[in-house]
Design a protein around this ligand. Structure first.
Ligand code: ATP
Ligand code: MG
Ligand code: MG
Length: 368
């Protein structure tokens, strides 16, 4: 059986492993956390990402992919020449660093919000003027779920925010007044076959994804595919990556960021598409034919995030209510509760857009 190695063992690795098994593929993952979600459905190499024995075991696989882009570069260099790592090191180094990523997006011909790279204190001078108004300061590395970000509207606020972040390399981005946020996955095999996921509409709350929605016939799908295809080609993608976009009022799409892997917004493909984003990544990484990837039904997803009541106690979703709502499917990550932590998600499919929106509103009321 083909062996797939994964760097990281979180919920994305869990769902990649669940998608790999029916294809006859066995998964081995390298992950330091002994409680990581993927431990239950993949062989767990329980060690640091740079552990020599762990990396030897990954090198024995047919291909290695990742579910977490912040693995040390040393881990990637240690695997180089021993096993195909997909996506490759160059693409990963780009997509884990906001400043490099934005520059590389522009080189590939994709538009982004106006930005200024902040590396030293003098880069702050006039930076807000250059982006044309208020902005968001983001650390170039390690940010997720809105962590490592601050909204700034004047020079003093910008200086204070950068000090607060420990003066690490950052990007200052112009605040985009978007109409909505959308995302799209693109998969590419080493021999150049390309397939796209559905165009998905996303709603964030406090910097964390709350809901995703797919409806047939989105008028922006062609534009999103064109941009994603162009970036995938320019960056030499092998595997799968997901682009997050801001849709402007004039209907132009700006790329917000790129995840070199499956993405939270794509979870709804588990229940609403012919192939899930997880199967698409497994296939692309192993060079298996990319099956016809198309949506089957209108579908949505609501994240289950650790929420606390005013008394600091966890707020539970209404589990029975979720089960009773037609078209729902629960996906849990076997993680301990923690405030703001992603613990699972509920996918929802419906026969048409009107029913989907109605049931999505009901589902949202069941999940704090
Ligand atoms: P993720 O968990 O998606 O990796 P992240 O921490 O990398 O999140 P971003 O995707 O950059 O953060 O930002 C999180 C959210 O904050 C965006 O989805 C969007 O809602 C809002 N946001 C980020 N940048 C901007 C911007 N320049 N203008 C307006 N809103 C923004
Ligand atoms: Mg991000
Ligand atoms: Mg994001």
């Amino acid at each position: 059986a083909p062996q797939l190695g994964i760097l990281g063992g979180g919920q994305l690795a869990q769902m990649l492993a669940l998608a790999a098994l029916p294809l006859g593929v066995r998964v081995t993952m390298l992950e330091p956390d002994d409680q990581a979600p993927a431990r239950l459905c993949a062989t767990h190499l329980h060690a640091s990402y740079t552990d020599a024995a762990g990396l030897d075991a990954l090198a024995a696989c047919d291909a290695v992919t990742l579910e977490f882009e912040n693995v040390p570069v040393a881990a990637l260099t240690a695997l180089e020449g021993r096993v195909p790592v997909r996506p490759g090191r160059e693409l990963l180094e780009r997509s884990k660093h906001r400043a490099r990523e934005k520059e590389a997006l522009r080189v590939a011909g994709a538009r982004t919000a106006p930005f200024v790279v902040i590396e030293t204190g003098t880069d702050l001078d006039g930076a807000l003027v250059r982006i044309g108004g208020p902005g968001i300061l983001k650390t170039s590395e390690l940010g997720y779920d809105g962590k490592g970000q601050a909204r700034v509207s004047d020079e003093a606020g910008l200086q204070a925010a950068w000090d607060e972040m420990g003066r690490v390399p950052c990007v200052l981005e112009g605040l985009v007044r978007f109409e909505r946020e959308v995302s799209l996955a693109v998969a590419r095999t080493p021999d150049g076959q390309v397939a796209f996921g559905p165009l998905i509409e996303n709603v964030h709350r406090n910097g964390i994804l709350r809901t995703s929605l797919f409806l047939e016939g989105d008028p922006h799908e062609a534009q999103a595919r064109e941009i994603a295809g162009r970036v995938a080609w320019a960056w030499g993608l092998e595997g799968l990556m997901t682009l997050e976009f801001f849709q402007l009022p004039g209907s132009e799409l700006l790329v917000n960021e790129v995840a070199p892997r499956v993405h939270n917004s794509g979870h709804l493909t588990q229940d609403g598409s012919s192939v899930s984003q997880f199967e698409a990544q497994v296939r692309a990484v192993l060079g298996l034919p990319l099956a016809d990837w198309r949506p089957l039904l209108p579908c949505a997803m609501v994240n289950i995030i650790g929420m606390e009541g005013t008394d600091g106690q966890p707020l539970e979703p209404d589990w029975a209510g979720i089960d009773a709502l037609p078209g729902t499917r629960l996906h849990l990550y076997h993680k301990a509760w923690r405030a703001r932590r992603k613990l699972g998600h509920v996918n929802l499919v419906a026969p048409d857009a009107r029913i989907l929106r109605e049931r999505l509103a009901q589902l949202e009321r069941l999940i704090p």
